[in-house]
Ligand binder design. Sequence first.
Ligand SMILES: Nc1ncnc2c1ncn2[C@@H]1O[C@H](COP(=O)(O)OP(=O)(O)OP(=O)(O)O)[C@@H](O)[C@H]1O
Length: 500
Amino acid sequence: MLLQISNVYKSFGGKEVLKNVEFAVDYGEIHGLVGKNGAGKSTLVNIISGVLSCDSGAVELDSQPIDQLSVLERQDLGIYVVPQHATIIPEFSVAENLFLGVWLRKKAGLVDWKPMFEKAEQELREYGLPIDPRMKAKDLSLVNQRKLNIVRALFSKAKLIILDEPTTALSADERNSLFEFVLKLKKQGTGIIFISHYLEEVLKLCDRITVIRDGLSFTGYAADSVDERSLTNLIVGEDVELCTRTREPGAEKEPILECRNIKGKDLKDVSFRLHRGEILGLIGFPGSGAREICRGLFGLYPVESGEIHLNGREIGIPKEPAEALKHHIVYVSYDRHKEGIVQQLPIQENISLSILGSKLKKLMGLVDKEREIDNSTGYFKQLNIKAGSIYELVGNLSGGNQQKVVISKALSVEPSVLIIDEPTIGIDVKSREEILFLIDELTRSGLSVLYLTNDYNELLRVADRLIFFSDGKVVREAENDGFTAEQVIQMRDSVKGGAA
Ligand SMILES: Nc1ncnc2c1ncn2[C@@H]1O[C@H](COP(=O)(O)OP(=O)(O)OP(=O)(O)O)[C@@H](O)[C@H]1O
């Protein structure tokens, strides 16, 4: 075995997270690590990489104990974590990123660019990522940024690579391309730990799967884990009901939001309507205008001209989120770390951030503390946030529970238009269904939703109508009439370039 973990126990201030975990990864094995939000997956990864030490138990690499080694010492032995959020430096070239910390230098200390680019080109080709090493990393697609992170680990002679939710926000095609890349690593003998909440891909890609539940581990061969449903039940410990929206046929079509000829950098001419109580699915490649209009409606993307009508009345184009919030238009960003949470603040203050200037405002700029606690406690319970109390720091929560805080913050505004961009990132199957049920329920009392996600299976379960974006315009509209994800991909691809 490459990695062997036995009897691991870890608690945080009396909260037992891992009680007795056994886990092993062989050379050339892809090992799936799954569990509910807060089950302890990241804690286990941190124990493997050396960020945390376990309270008791053993961690061995190549049959040698590594418990006492630091993160850097473990990296030298070949353990690398590729986090979900690419750790590349966007303004640096691909080569500079690849050799970060070990840039090739001339005698005078200056960077020796020519050999550095040549070596980078050679390494990238060798590891199956033939991209231009001179390119700025920010210009790479999301999937190539993730691959660059993996190549960086390989270049540093990684034996064990831990991929933390590597397919988040990737399209179906990009996911497949990443899978091929990972399978190549497996063939070369690299051990891989693959963490994901997308059980379909875990079952497809992994040789073995370990489920962490109630602090314990259960390992089995993927081929024996009958299907997604039985794996879901093992993770959650109970049957999960899937949310399927039951639209009322002939529901009243009262427009609530209308965008007319919206133009801006990547927005060439966007017009569409959103009806009261409707969930409208937005589909399009990056840069097609789908994400740009979502952000533009919340003052996070520059819109130069056009009209936005809300409830039949023209409102100005928001220049900043506060202006959109005044109209009860809220956006949940795909990037919770940059635009969703403040790690250093407790849950209750994070949830309140969107309503400090409205619902919670008291005379003389004071905050209505009682209302703040009521509001946060309500969402804490409703979204089943896993934490000791509303006073726990958000930075201490698991990723999925942080996302629930972001959604609570958005719902606190009592939005009339909720714009959600990859809302279920990092959320486990049970929580995802709870959130979908909640959104479905809120639309029955008038909430209207713009829903943007690459997960078309999820989108098709909840959207009433779909609009397709290409080249900064809406180029096709369709009622969601029992389409499959494959059909949606075909429709999306057929409109690329602007043809309806
Ligand atoms: N530094 C810390 N201090 C206190 N509690 C912590 C700390 N780190 C993690 N926890 C708690 O340990 C538990 C496990 O968290 P962990 O991040 O390992 O879960 P996870 O399985 O990775 O979840 P997710 O799927 O949501 O990312 C959570 O309840 C979390 O709040």
